[in-house]
Design a protein around this ligand. Structure first.
Ligand code: GLU
Length: 310
């Protein structure tokens, strides 16, 4: 059988300490790559320099190292800007982008006027600038004129299918901000493709953004990776940990003398896995395989490399 070797990744933004939710996502992405005999990449998503904390890179590396989540290669998006520029230039050459000098306030007003903003969802940019040429002298963002298409994605872990009509669900989103920073959606799509990522394991908060990323990848002629969205970690009130100050960062546990194996066990138990009080990341490989097999047997049976399993 001729199948691609699995390449997975963990893509933290070095904007602060790694909290338990990030650690669990990193663990699951690692388990997925390793369970399938694949590679695991560490990619720092550090384009938004205003939010980057220089100390966070090393803290995240140490946290992963402490948890036993080894990676095969590391990259920084801040060092790959030429690639995003090239991708943007290709879309521009195809006439698929436009400059936008609308202010947030103007966009907000246009959304209100169009009455198109569904309650409780992100506001969708109504394409105001497509019709109005950019004002000279104002810094311009570059937007993608999204195709008038409905894009469906099926998650390889949950089996859920999400279909979105791009103009209504995503709108013409920004590829490069007006301060010159390449947008997350562009960078993530370019990087996943050029790094040969086959399996994107990431938090469920990004599920709704997946159809637009798939569409952008297609427009750039890239293959579509498999997506596996894992649940976000919540506290006992069901609130997302990332949004709260209360959860201890991994760094604090590590430096406070906690045992990595106990944290790994706690993370596994938070997923409902029945594990002893202290485990290694490797100990959890069969549990992830079991979870994958239950969810999507083809992910496992499509593999040659069973003998590579540790
Ligand atoms: N950098 C994003 C985050 O930290 C993850 C992006 C992704 O996995 O696609 O939430």
């Amino acid at each position: 059988m001729n199948v691609l070797p699995v390449v997975g990744r963990f893509a933290p933004s070095p904007t602060g300490a790694m909290h338990l939710g990030n650690a669990r996502t990193a663990l699951l992405a690692w388990l997925h790559s390793r369970a399938l005999g694949g590679r695991y990449l560490l990619r720092f998503e550090d384009l938004d320099t205003g939010r980057v904390r220089p100390w966070a890179y090393d803290t995240i590396r140490r946290d992963l190292d402490w948890l036993g989540l080894d990676w095969d290669a590391e990259s920084l998006q801040s060092e790959r800007q030429e690639l995003y520029e090239q991708a943007l230039a290709r879309l521009a050459a195809a006439g698929e982008t436009y400059a936008c000098t609308c202010t947030r306030r103007e966009i907000g007003q246009a959304i209100e006027d169009s009455a198109g903003a569904p309650h409780g969802q992100e506001p969708v940019y109504p394409g105001t600038c497509r019709l109005h040429p950019a004002s000279p002298g104002r810094p311009a963002a570059i937007r993608w004129h999204v195709p008038d298409e409905t894009v469906c994605v099926t998650d390889a872990l949950t089996g859920e299918t999400l279909c979105q009509h791009l103009p209504a669900a995503a709108g013409d989103f920004v590829l490069r901000r007006n301060d010159g920073v390449y947008a997350y959606h562009l960078a993530v799509v370019v990087d996943d493709a050029l790094m040969g990522v086959t399996d994107v394991v990431r938090g469920a908060d990004l599920w709704a953004a997946t159809p637009r990323q798939v569409a952008l990848g297609r427009a750039l002629g890239f293959p579509t990776p498999r997506y596996l969205h894992v649940p976000l970690m919540t506290d006992f009130r069901g609130e997302r940990l990332a949004k709260r100050g209360g959860a201890p960062p991994v760094q604090a546990l590590r430096e406070g003398g906690e045992e990595a194996g106990r944290l790994l066990a706690a993370l596994a138990r938070s997923l409902g896995w029945d594990v002893p009080e202290v485990v290694t990341a490797r100990d959890l490989l069969p549990l992830w395989r079991g979870r994958l097999f239950a969810a999507n047997p083809t992910l496992l049976t499509n593999l040659d490399g069973m003998s590579k399993f540790p």
